[in-house]
Design a protein around this ligand. Structure first.
Ligand code: NAP
Length: 262
């Protein structure tokens, strides 16, 4: 029988991977009154002291901290290794494993393989981050897939972290997410990185459309290369979208060159 977090109690959330997104989410969770502890490859002890969070260098001690939710905020590329290095079998009671990776089929597959049978799995993707969510989360999309659930109460409390901030809550399968994200988020990242490769710069006669491109270039430059590589490698629909983009540029070029020749 799964043990639920009591409805009147705030959640104990253990964050694995305390980089940009882990810190950003922790801030709001702390504000909501949840109790946060964290572990990460790098040492965030000083930052955590300032935030009032317990930081564990040792993953054994982290897992013994009796979490309601273990929230995975690692890079896409490192998820498997990070989970393999954690003694998950030592968890003493059923826990909800949730992740926030920007691809969904990959963590779903990995979590189904490694998470103890009596623990639940919720795959999620906040469609925003420290920049787009800096002025609040109202109206921003939050995707989730209830992969394996027995303890609905803890899951619902966790989803309320985002619901109460005004996020647009979207339940869909991990496959549907990856299909749509390849055609939207991945395309935006690809074009941003391409513009960056071209070294685009503001001019004294920028149009509004060009300002949009500059913003796209700037925002994708602030995301880690690991994030882009993760999207390309672990979203099985991404490579086709990259090909579609390259083909489309080629088609536009060919069409107008042809017109010029006639
Ligand atoms: P990221 O570069 O994708 O991930 C950084 C995190 O991964 C850090 O916690 C880092 O640990 C950890 N990490 C990286 N390589 C590792 C390794 N070899 N071994 C162990 N840990 C490793 O940047 P992020 O922006 O913080 O994103 C975190 C996750 O959230 C990603 O899965 C991303 O897809 C997802 N996400 C990001 C955004 C966003 O706007 N940034 C939005 C939604 C979802 P240390 O810091 O300890 O080195």
């Amino acid at each position: 029988m799964a043990m639920s977090a009591s409805p009147n109690k705030n959640l104990k959330i253990g964050i694995v991977g305390f980089g940009n997104l882990g810190q950003f989410l922790a801030e709001t969770m702390i504000k909501q009154g949840h109790s946060i502890h964290a572990t990460s490859r790098s040492d965030y002890s000083d930052l955590c002291i300032r935030l009032g969070i317990v930081f564990f260098r040792d993953t054994d001690a982290f897992l013994e901290a009796d979490s309601d939710v273990i929230l995975l905020c690692t890079s896409i590329l490192s998820l498997s290794n990070v989970l393999e290095s954690m003694p998950l079998k030592s968890i003493r009671r059923p826990v909800l494993f949730a992740d926030v990776l920007s691809v969904k089929e990959h963590p779903k597959d990995v979590l189904l393989q490694v998470v103890p049978e009596d623990c639940d799995i919720l795959c999620t993707h906040p469609m925003f981050g420290p920049r787009s969510g800096k002025d609040g989360w109202k109206g921003l999309a939050f995707m989730y897939d209830k992969v394996r659930l027995r303890d609905e109460a803890t899951c619902s409390k966790f989803l309320n972290v985002f619901r109460t901030e005004g996020c647009k809550m979207l339940e869909m399968t991990s496959e549907e997410h990856d299909r749509l994200a390849a055609k939207s988020q991945f395309l935006a990242h690809t074009i941003g990185r391409t513009l960056s490769e071209m070294g685009i710069k503001s001019t004294c006669i920028d149009t509004k459309s060009f300002e949009t491109l500059l913003q796209l270039e700037e925002s994708s430059g602030q995301d880690s290369e690991d994030l882009y590589k993760g999207l390309l490698t672990y979203n099985r629909f991404a490579k086709q979208e990259l090909k579609n983009l390259v083909d489309a540029i080629q088609k536009v070029r060919d069409r107008f060159f042809e017109e010029e020749e006639h």
